[in-house]
Ligand binder design. Sequence first.
Ligand code: B12
Length: 224
Amino acid sequence: MQRKIRVLVGKPGLDGHDRGAKVVAAALRDAGMEVIYTGLHQTPEQIVDAAVQEDVDVVALSVLSGAHMTLFPEVQRLMAGRGIADKLLTGGGIIPPDDMQALLDRGIGRLFGPGSSTVDIVEYIRGWYAERYGADALPPLPPPAPRPEPMVTAAEHAHHRPRPAAKAPARKPAKPARRTAAAAKPARKPAKKAAKKAAKPARRPAKKAAKKSAKKTARKRARR
Ligand code: B12
């Protein structure tokens, strides 16, 4: 028979970091699970008590205080004492990989660190449930929850809509661009012309220049 997976999300100890616990609790709820969140500052005894009373399948702890090596084994011990050792004990928080492995070796479930995907957490819990009760017992994933607000509001859409043509301010026709001297000239001389110029001597030969200057002086003298 299919029924909702029941999860207790617990915040043991003096740790006040509750964002991760709330994010995970919301993701599990959106994935169709029945989630009970204990709230902050619970003792391991209070958490295990709640787990028994609520008849949960999973006890999921959030620990960001650094006390995970005490809190997870303590909750595990109390669960065994109350006859619910067969339930899954999992969780996450600020837990170094070596500690995750050490806790896994003690029979505690997979633990999730910062940046973990909530999709992976949902898959892990559903996978454990399917293994324990059979795939047929696994309820189907609900369709994604509708967003309470559209991603882009109607006002934002309106802001980007093109203005009606009549209301648009009349624009002066653009003047044709003036051709500057630089633009009129070709950027470079054709290669042939440039080669010819390079072949020419830079100045007039000295003989010709001397002849011209002599003529000029003669003309000046004649005028006097
Ligand atoms: C935001 C923040 C705060 C906020 C808390 C706001 C709140 N209501 O949660 C404020 C400013 C109050 C705060 C205070 C302190 N903080 Co602080 N804080 C952070 C910070 C920057 C981000 C935590 C966060 O919200 N992340 C976003 C959530 C979504 O991610 P998450 O919690 O990690 O959760 C993910 C996983 O860890 C995992 N997960 C978490 N819980 C669970 C539960 C389950 C069931 C599962 C399956 C998975 C899971 O899945 C989540 C999704 O990916 C971290 C640094 C960091 N980068 O992580 C430090 C950090 C956690 N803080 C730290 C410290 C030391 C403190 C203070 C002691 C500082 C001080 N001296 O005052 C105080 C203690 C306050 C208290 N009463 O406990 C240290 C902890 C060190 C450690 N444990 O080794 C950290 C790591 C900073 C650091 N690098 O030193 N903090």
